[in-house]
Design a protein. Structure first.
Lengths: 511, 485
């Protein structure tokens, strides 16, 4: 019997149906493939291969038949096209990798496959994860399922859109400056960026190596746990992945254990006030000029809800929040300018048809292969690393980065357990807005960038709706920030909120 | 005008690890192109570098051997430049914080001992190879081929202060460094395969001037002989240029061994801006004192300490001790020979190892490790000299036979088979002397009249009559006595 994904309220209920054989992974995959085909207008997928997907689904069914299948067996997911995959093309949303097929899978892809998940293919994104609207993709923009004229956010725009439209139950994204949290917020789903080093970057096409971190997107915090826990863990192939997290081995099971410990603590509290004792820091800098009324109102309501759950609210200050924009837009482009120099037309990827010599070949291939936003950031990055400018830009930005991290450490060690605030200043903008002012979008990253600079974990959960420019109601996200490797508690706190709210159960087109 | 030459050397030593510095592929030389390059070496999308511990261990070894500081904290940086055989289009190297800081190396230039200070040594990855000349593309067209097998091979770049003052000093330093890295087992030293590559920074200045002249960097010097000639050519070029009223421009020059000249490769104006910055894919390299201690404990006795011991224990001249410690195998061979001889005969062993043994090895282009005459056999041969069975001269013939493996390579058996036993019987020797004196009455007379020059001719004829076997000391003594009587 075929059944649409949106009829399952959670990943757990879908797993229940699969494990009890009420429906088969193959049927589910076929249904998802059909739904992806029906919703092509979203432009969410850049590569679908039914054969590959169905082969994984059949294997999942075989496992399910043994009664001994891992937790995610048969769950339909999809990967942001920044993760390299065998079989499916891996393009990073760029013409320069238009037909590139990787000979190996990213560690995240391998881990989710081993956990049993079935991949529906590759999801659209901003080129090399540079953008916040999924508009800078060589494959055209992905759309927001709540309003096709609005952006889904970015750079993991389609990762959020595909979950919001329930084309898949969950997806992977990457977050360098907000690229998981921001699209999750704009599409009304949940997303988490774990602590830098919690998840392997091996096989993730690099943008800003010291900032990049993979994270899942799913309807709820409880669903996120099901993906993040098996995804995470030390990887000997990634020297920046953590071997230990606060003394505990970084391996699947760590985040789940922390989540359960927190849950236990909350269930033992005063009736109706499970979060009693939790101190929520609310940075006043996150509520200044530029924040729209509807976002401010929705976030405020969520904070009130948390207070009802027993939490206390602490007014805190993160004075260097504004400086995160210049710091980020120096460091990320600097790293990107070097990371992207390997795309030169020599060994793989796009090579220009006509050229006069080696240098001309690389130059033309790159000029043809990279889009405008990528070229802009490569130029900025090259400039800030240049002789004579390095100290004034790159070193200065690194200094700011340390100060921003110190600010977070100070408040998280003395004043509060978690920090909450908005993810974005406004709801999703309409497609094409700011096209003539490329840096205007950068300013909207103000609430998300500092987290990547500090390496801290943070998530976004749906907390209401605001009015989009077209009049359609568009989702709003609440950001929850925690201390290093505190993913389990973050998810548990969010889960408590989602027990008493239903924003995460609203499904685009099904309301 | 008198000119002073100033030379500093940068040496790229390929470290002898089985696998590459940041990937698991093999470093073996000579494989089919691109068969030893994996996804990391090819810089496919998504790959990341992982530090090879063995490369760090070798850097520590080197640092300890030259008395340098092994940095407890060093940083890998990206050196950005586009080149087709550099797949990432950046090289992972170390810039502001190298793994080895300071240290020095002592060696002999002729009889004079010289000490050169090192600036630093840092870890980095090698690039691949571009084949511009003899490569034919898939359609028969002339093309550029790229072989990434070498890409990612670990390098230790060893940089000296500009303290050398002649080509001879530079060569002596380079040879000493070359033998040291092989001694330590951190590099195979094969210059033909590019395992040990030297760049020379050369400048000249009027004697007495404090400031350095403008320097040129000479690349592509793949033998000690070429190093010497390249420096000599470059020094001549710079002096002539200045004396003709010109100016030296800072540039990189390539040595062409066929034409024995250096040629401009690129000038400072078109030098790259490498945009160095710390590599975000690699955490800082932290070396704990415990690891340094462990490496120190596993180190072989170093040439400098062995040299000092040869001088103090065996009474060798420092310059001889330096030569005998030019490689670990040679030093071991020498010491095994000495230990098999009676006490006080180290000088004899040294003369033989540096003389007959080394000369034959050179002639046959063999390494001491492949010497067919073992230290024990050599000691047996020298024993025959010491007990007067044979003369030093006859011993050389016996050595040649031992080299060829005659009579099982045993000196005793060869002496017996060839009847080379020395004649020590005074009566027999006197009979030969009498005959030669009788045949050469004129020379004898002239000698007695004061023309002592004829003595050697008489000795020669006596030895000839004895077919070389007469005890030379006895021949001398007896002949002298008879002539003067």
């Amino acid at each position: 019997m075929s059944q649409a994904l949106y009829t399952f309220p959670s990943l757990a209920s879908l797993r229940q149906a699969l494990q009890t054989r009420q429906l088969s992974a193959t049927e589910l995959a076929q249904e998802s493939l059909a739904e992806i085909d029906r919703t092509r207008a979203l432009n969410a997928f850049v590569h679908v291969d039914a054969e590959l997907t169905l082969a994984q689904a059949r294997q999942a069914d075989a496992l399910l038949a043994t009664g001994n299948a891992p937790a995610l067996t048969g769950i339909p997911i999809a990967h942001k096209d920044v993760f390299v995959t065998q079989g499916w093309r891996s393009t990073a949303g760029s013409n320069i990798l238009k037909n590139y097929v990787s000979p190996f899978d990213a560690t995240v892809v391998t881990r989710l496959l081993e956990a049993g998940a079935v991949s529906l293919g590759k999801l659209n994104c901003d080129e090399f994860a540079m953008g916040s609207g999924n508009e800078h993709s060589a494959f055209g923009p992905a759309r927001n399922p709540w309003d096709h004229q609005a952006v889904p956010g970015g750079s993991s725009g389609a990762s959020a859109a595909a979950v919001a439209a329930r084309l898949v139950m969950a997806s992977t994204g990457t977050d360098t400056g907000g690229s998981v949290r921001q699209p999750a917020a704009l599409c009304g789903v949940s997303g988490i960026k774990p602590t830098y080093g919690a998840v392997s970057r091996y096989g993730m096409i690099a943008y800003g190596s010291s900032l990049d971190q993979a994270g899942p997107i799913a309807p709820s915090a409880a669903d996120l746990l099901e993906l993040l826990d098996p995804m995470s863990g030390f990887d000997p192939r990634d020297s920046t992945s953590a071997e230990f997290c606060n003394g505990v081995a970084n391996a699947p099971g760590r985040i789940r254990a922390d989540f359960e410990r927190a849950q236990q603590q909350y269930s033992g509290g005063t009736a109706g006030q499970p979060l009693k004792g939790l101190r929520i820091g609310v940075p006043r800098e996150y509520f200044g000029a530029g924040l729209s009324n509807d976002v401010a109102t929705a976030v405020e309501s969520a904070l009130v809800q948390f207070e009802k759950l027993g939490a206390t609210r602490v007014d805190i200050s993160l004075p260097r929040t504004r400086l995160s924009i210049p710091a980020y837009y120096v460091i990320a482009p600097a790293e990107a300018s070097s990371n992207l120099s390997r795309y030169d037309g020599v060994r793989y990827g796009h090579r220009a048809d006509q050229y006069s010599d080696l240098e001309d070949m690389s130059g033309r291939s790159r000029a043809e292969g990279f889009g405008a936003e990528v070229q802009r950031r490569i130029l900025i990055g090259t400039y800030v690393l240049s002789h004579g400018y390095y100290d004034a830009y790159y070193l200065q930005a690194q200094r700011l980065r340390r100060m921003i991290a110190d600010d977070f450490r100070a408040v998280l060690s003395a004043q509060c357990d978690v920090i909450m605030g908005p993810v974005t200043p406004t709801v999703a903008k309409q497609l094409g807005v700011n096209n003539d002012d490329p840096t205007a979008d950068w300013l909207a990253d103000i609430y998300t960038l500092s987290l990547n600079l500090a390496g801290l974990p943070g998530m976004s959960i749906p907390c209401g709706f605001g009015a989009g420019a077209s009049g359609a109601p568009l989702p709003i996200g609440l950001q929850i920030i925690g201390n290093y490797f505190d993913e389990g508690r973050l998810l548990a706190v969010a889960h408590q909120y989602q027990q008493v709210s239903d924003w995460h159960q609203r499904i685009a087109g099904q309301k | 005008m008198a000119w002073e030459i100033v030379i500093g050397l940068e040496t790229h030593t390929q470290l002898s690890t089985q696998t590459k510095i940041f990937s698991g592929s093999s470093t073996r030389y000579g494989a089919q192109p691109n068969t030893q390059a994996n996804e990391v070496d090819m810089a496919l999308p998504g790959v990341l570098p992982v530090m090879n511990k063995g490369a760090v261990e070798r850097a520590i070894r080197f640092g300890l051997a030259i008395g340098a500081t092994v940095a407890p904290y060093s940083v890998f940086a990206r050196k950005n430049y586009f080149y087709p055989d550099l797949p990432k289009n950046y090289q992972i190297s170390q810039m502001d914080h190298p793994v080895v800081i300071g240290g020095s190396l002592s060696f002999f230039v002729g009889d004079e001992e010289k000490t050169i200070n090192l600036t630093r040594a840092h870890l980095e990855e090698d690039a691949g190879k571009s084949m511009h000349d003899d490569f034919v593309g898939p359609h028969g067209e002339s093309s550029t081929g790229i072989d990434l097998n070498r890409c990612g091979t670990p390098l230790l770049e060893i940089v000296t202060e500009p303290e050398m003052r002649s080509a001879a000093e530079a060569v002596a330093y380079a040879k000493t460094l070359h033998s040291l890295v092989m001694w330590l087992g951190i590099c195979d030293g094969n210059m033909q395969e590019g395992s040990f590559r030297i760049d020379a920074n050369v400048s000249v200045r009027p004697v007495g001037q404090k400031e350095f002249g403008t320097r040129c960097e000479i690349k592509n010097v793949n033998s000690f002989r070429f190093l010497e000639r390249a420096i000599q050519y470059e020094v001549r070029r710079q002096i002539e240029l200045i004396e003709d009223g010109g100016r030296v421009v800072q540039e990189t020059r390539l040595y062409d061994s066929e034409r024995d000249e250096t040629r401009s490769m690129r000038s400072k104006e078109d030098a790259h801006d490498y945009r160095y910055f710390p590599d975000p894919d690699l955490p800082p390299l932290v070396i704990a004192q415990g690891w340094i201690d462990e490496v120190r404990a596993s180190m072989p006795e170093l040439p400098a300490s062995l040299r000092a011991r040869f001088v103090s224990d065996y009474g060798l001249a420092p310059v001889d001790a330096a030569q005998l410690t030019s490689s670990r195998a040679l030093a071991t061979y020498f010491e095994e020979t000495v230990r098999a001889l009676p006490a006080g005969q180290a000088k004899l062993a040294a003369n033989w190892v540096m003389g007959e043994v080394s000369a034959t090895l050179n002639r046959e282009e063999k390494d001491i490790a492949d010497c067919p005459v073992t230290a024990a056999s050599l000691a047996a041969l020298l024993g025959k000299i010491l007990d007067n069975t044979i003369s030093n001269k006859i011993a050389r013939d016996v050595f040649a036979a031992m080299w060829l493996g005659e009579n099982g390579g045993q000196p005793e058996a060869i002496i017996q088979a060839k009847g080379l036993t020395q004649i020590n019987d005074a009566g027999a020797i006197e009979a030969m002397i009498d005959k030669v004196m009788a045949d050469n009455a004129t020379i004898v007379e002239e000698f007695r009249a004061g023309k002592v020059k004829g003595f050697n001719s008489l000795v020669g004829q006596i030895m000839k009559a004895a077919r070389g076997k007469a005890n030379p000391q006895q021949v001398n003594d007896l002949l002298k006595a008879k002539l003067e009587s």
